[in-house]
Design a protein around this ligand. Structure first.
Ligand code: TYM
Length: 336
């Protein structure tokens, strides 16, 4: 029986934070033996906001190396760079022409990011979810494991695929497979260390708001020491305690303890006692990833070979879908 397919990706903007890991990559690692997996470094998405050309290539290596360091296994998974497979840009254009503008204008992430950029909002930022739809639909992905913030983009992808199928395929001859989002409840939305009501984000100007996967033990200790807490006695999960929910939740995921176990262990503690425990849990989770990452980054030839092979495998799947789409749209195709 052929395995179902998974596709997902992360933008190479700075290194990854623990939200990216717990919301996405950790789940990819768990799922991978049961699926045929494609994980891309979405470098075309990275230029939808102002970026630094001097660091883009290095950041792309960093993310690919982190995928491997976090446990992505090439026996199950293909790792590639989005811009290396031109079908992504091409399908994005084709989908642009069948997607109503107002579907994009509704996207929450666009509105949030656009506010921050004032007059400089690029067309690319608005179009970002179409490129994401192209990423997913090119691979006939069955499942797309992501954090909660990507849910609306996944719904849009499904809407675009259904509209396209309706217009150009029909029930008997669908052009696109309709993908399902895979959003785990646990870790789907890790919050900022500086404000428990805001999502942890790579673009937050304060590095104190997030734990990056490559932070040193000293940095982790400092960040947890300084992170926002509350003044209520005892630690517990409660609706009006966003920071407490986030920090206890993080502790539970990293130590593989249930909510009940965390409450039992921590309810009588103060922050002074809990913070060192959380710090240790984070350091224990990240140290093996960092060790492997440093090893991989010393061998760029190896990384290049992984990405070259990934490009070839990805292209062999993506180009078949692209041809199917072009056929459906009525393009003249000359076979050589
Ligand atoms: P990006 O690079 O912003 O984030 C990568 C992944 O990390 C998840 N994530 C979080 N999860 C939990 N808590 C958080 N605080 C947190 N912050 C981020 C995101 O949900 C995501 O799964 N558009 C996407 C990348 C993309 C993509 C795709 C994903 C492009 N094409 C196709 C899946 C399929 C993005 O910018 O993710």
């Amino acid at each position: 029986m052929t395995k179902k397919r998974v596709l997902s990706g992360v933008q190479p903007t700075g290194n990854l934070h623990i939200g990216n890991y717990l919301g996405a990559i950790r789940n990819w690692v768990e799922l991978q033996p049961n699926y045929d997996n494609f994980f891309c470094v979405v470098d075309l998405h990275a230029i939808t906001v102002p970026h630094n050309p001097a660091t883009l290539a290095q950041d792309t290596y960093t993310i690919a190396a982190l995928y491997l360091a976090c446990g992505i296994d090439l026996n199950y998974s293909t790792i590639f760079v989005q811009s290396h497979v031109s079908a992504h840009s091409e399908l994005a254009w084709l989908l642009n022409c069948v997607t109503p503008l107002n579907w994009l204008e509704r996207m929450i992430q666009f509105k949030e990011k656009a506010i921050k950029q004032g007059e400089n909002v690029s067309v690319g930022l608005l179009d970002y979810p179409i490129l994401m739809a192209a990423d997913i639909l090119l691979y006939d992905a069955d499942q797309v494991p992501v954090g909660e913030d990507q849910k609306q983009h996944l719904e849009l992808t499904r809407d675009i695929a259904m509209r396209f199928n309706d217009k150009f395929g029909g029930e008997k001859n669908p052009i696109f497979k309709i993908p399902e989002p895979l959003i785990r409840q646990e870790g789907a939305r890790i919050m900022s260390l500086a404000d428990g009501t805001k999502k942890m984000s790579k673009s937050d100007p304060s590095p104190l708001s997030r734990i990056s996967l490559l932070d040193s033990s000293d940095d982790i200790q400092k960040k947890i020491k300084k992170c926002k807490t509350d003044t209520i006695m005892g630690l517990n999960f409660a609706n009006d305690r966003p920071e407490c929910n986030n920090l206890l939740g993080l502790y539970g995921i990293l130590t593989e303890k249930t909510k009940e176990e965390v409450i039992l262990e921590c309810s009588d503690m103060g922050w002074g006692k809990f913070k060192p425990l959380l710090t240790d849990a984070i350091i224990n989770a990240l140290t093996p990833i960092q060790t492997k990452y440093n090893e991989i980054m010393t061998d760029k030839n190896y990384l290049d070979s992984v990405l070259k092979e990934g490009k070839e495998k990805a292209e062999s799947v993506a180009n078949i879908t692209l041809k199917r789409v072009k056929d459906a749209l009525g393009y003249l195709i000359i076979t050589s």
